[in-house]
Ligand binder design. Structure first.
Ligand code: 5GP
Ligand code: ZN
Length: 113
């Protein structure tokens, strides 16, 4: 297993874990782009949104969204938050394990750069 996010989900390499359950792990991004920048990943390896192809992978992705809401509520992100998932090279995906960036704590521009 060479995937860095699989290793974080398995507890094999350290991360600042902020949420964990049977299906999902969330941890602080190493290179934060906002005061709150958390990565939410399925514990199961899924390459990207392009690999959400059946009920099992769809369920894993949906559990990430539910975790996002729970994290936002626990942290009282009352100003709102942005969820981003990059898929493929044009979007800048650098880690090939599905992850949702939860960004909050500053005003977000739209459209993104
Ligand atoms: P992507 O560019 O694939 O959408 O996002 C990957 C994110 O993972 C980046 O924001 C990067 O800072 C973060 N990242 C990469 N490696 C690690 C790591 O080992 N630990 C943590 N906490 N974040 C990482
Ligand atoms: Zn993985």
């Amino acid at each position: 297993m060479s995937c860095i996010f699989c290793k974080i989900a398995a507890g094999e390499i350290p991360a600042d874990i902020v949420f964990k359950n049977e299906r999902v792990t969330a941890f602080t991004d190493l290179n934060p782009m906002a005061p709150t920048h958390i990565l939410i990943i399925p514990n199961q390896h899924i390459d990207s949104v392009d690999a959400i192809v059946n009920d099992e992978t769809a369920r894993a992705a949906a559990e990430c969204l539910r975790a996002a809401r729970e994290i936002a509520q626990a942290r009282a992100l009352t100003g709102g938050y942005r969820l981003v998932t990059n898929t493929g090279p044009d979007a800048g995906q650098s880690v090939p394990h599905l992850h949702f960036h939860l960004l909050a704590g500053r005003l977000m521009t739209w459209p993104p750069g």
